[in-house]
Design a binder for this molecule. Sequence first.
Ligand SMILES: Nc1ncnc2c1ncn2[C@@H]1O[C@H](COP(=O)(O)OP(=O)(O)O)[C@@H](O)[C@H]1O
Ligand SMILES: Cc1ncc(Cc2csc(CCOP(=O)(O)OP(=O)(O)O)c2C)c(N)n1
Ligand SMILES: [Mg+2]
Length: 570
Amino acid sequence: QETVAIETLTDGFHLLIDALKLNGINTIYNVPGIPITDLGRYAQGEGIRVLSFRHEQHAGYAAGAAGFLTKKPGVCMTVSAPGFLNGLTALANATTNCWPMILISGSSEREVVDLMQGDYEEMDQLAIAKPLCKAAYRILHAEDIGIGVARAIRAAVTGRPGGVYLDIPGSLLGQAMDAIEGRKSLVKVIDPAPAQLPAPDAVARAIDVLKGAKKPLIILGKGAAYAQADDVVRELVEKSGIPYLPMSMAKGLLPDNHPQSSSAARSLVLKDSDVVVMVGARLNWLLSHGKGKQWGEPYSKKFVQIDIEPKEMDSNVEIAAPLVGDIQSCAQALIDAMGPDWKKPPTGWTDAVRSKVEGNIEKMASRLQGNATPMNYHSALGVVKKVFEDRPDTILVNEGANTLDFARSIVDMSKPRKRLDVGTWGVMGIGMGSAIAAAVETDCPVVAVEGDSAFGFCGMEIETICRYNLPICVVIFNNNGIYRGDDQNRSGSADPATTAFVKDSRYEKMMEAFGGVGVYATSPDDLKRAIFEAIDSRKPTLINAIIDEAAGKESGNIGSLNPQSVVAQA
Ligand SMILES: Nc1ncnc2c1ncn2[C@@H]1O[C@H](COP(=O)(O)OP(=O)(O)O)[C@@H](O)[C@H]1O
Ligand SMILES: Cc1ncc(Cc2csc(CCOP(=O)(O)OP(=O)(O)O)c2C)c(N)n1
Ligand SMILES: [Mg+2]
């Protein structure tokens, strides 16, 4: 048997890394461990940025957020079984948000799993992942790594983006093969997210519906932000003259203070509009499924929907003009079909919307002033609003209940993809992973405005933030509890209320423990000074902002989703 010179060989470790690099993947968010620790080391050695977290769920949230921000699949890498399961929540969340992400998990050999022989961290991961993500693949042979990675990348970004699971049995990594053959087996994915043009008759139908509108509305969703079709989206809105309503992560596609923004008149435009154009937004629970009193008279509206996913049409209500395709292509087609003399909507409608917007903004303005202590959500968010007016490149991460609901309407965004939040599911705990990805992928300063409970889901990652010295300022709205801090346990039992925390928790000392800057802020002036200092210094900072514990309400704006007990009321 002739001995083969080692330099003529490659192996699974290096083929996987070469395949990722060949396709422009330059960052891996992971938690090391058997069997992927060396994979992370070799990847780092080959120039891939490998960030190690404290828990796989947050590495996964970072990967999903990276996918939203870059249109490339964010990659999360975990160990088998428990590590895989920790990453799975984030993979399912990315899939629900329509964000491209790949979860690469080490796994046990098939023959052991299929005989259930009790391997170290044994689990049939592929079977478990399949129903929770867009696609799932396992690679068994080194020569298949190139095609396996290519399939995962294409599946993540083509059509409606989503999460993909890539199962890597430990023995695959150690498989050696001829280096030249290995290089030939790699695949560079060509045009992974091809343009999907709308059919001309679909465009004509949409124009017809729009021409008949007296009170049209455009709703921009996070799909429109993800598409990075910013210029055509802006042109479509401005050329049409139609008032628009941005969903939370579409804020900033046009500046929130744009004259056609109807955010501050949301109730009026949802109720009184007669034609609604959905652009990369779904009529799901966030829009009350397009029906009910919020939407005025039943069946009183016509919907035009732009979406890359054909099956999204008629998901909740009849779509009069389905426009299936990618947002860039669809928006451009509408603009072209509108021609040079497009008639703007009646001023009776646009003036009514505008005056409602201006009235509500004025009413809110007075609540955002003042330097009283303890702060409430409005006075604290009045400060955050000012910060983002002065530092428009800063990225806002936001989660909580009251902390989320008030911030969404009070803090204006002026640039696209500058707001990351709880997404379609309303997931608590996305904050630190999202903040880390935002800082790593954009190098912009990040301010994460966190409810104190939401922070509790991901707080240990402030050590990760300090270890990589990231320009992240965590602002905890500390109202001593989930939703509020004064709530007595309604069941009357002696144990602490289900939603209250240790009074006056000193979260800022956690950040100091890892070498970051900790601030205890009791007034709006304290808060403003500390946030500007954090942004300008780019030092990892945690500001413990003390909020009146009676200031919030249970579940913020969505308390009505709670089931009610008839027995308990009796
Ligand atoms: N490039 C794209 N072109 C068209 N539609 C897209 C594109 N990317 C994502 N989408 C669609 O955008 C929609 C996003 O909806 P959703 O997540 O509900 O947004 P929001 O929560 O902001 O309303 C999804 O239905 C998805 O299929
Ligand atoms: C994974 C997961 N588990 C629980 C929940 C349920 C929930 C929704 S909002 C929230 C925290 C609200 O308290 P917080 O202090 O953050 O904000 P504030 O209202 O300002 O006091 C919880 C626990 C969700 N959505 N996701
Ligand atoms: Mg709270």
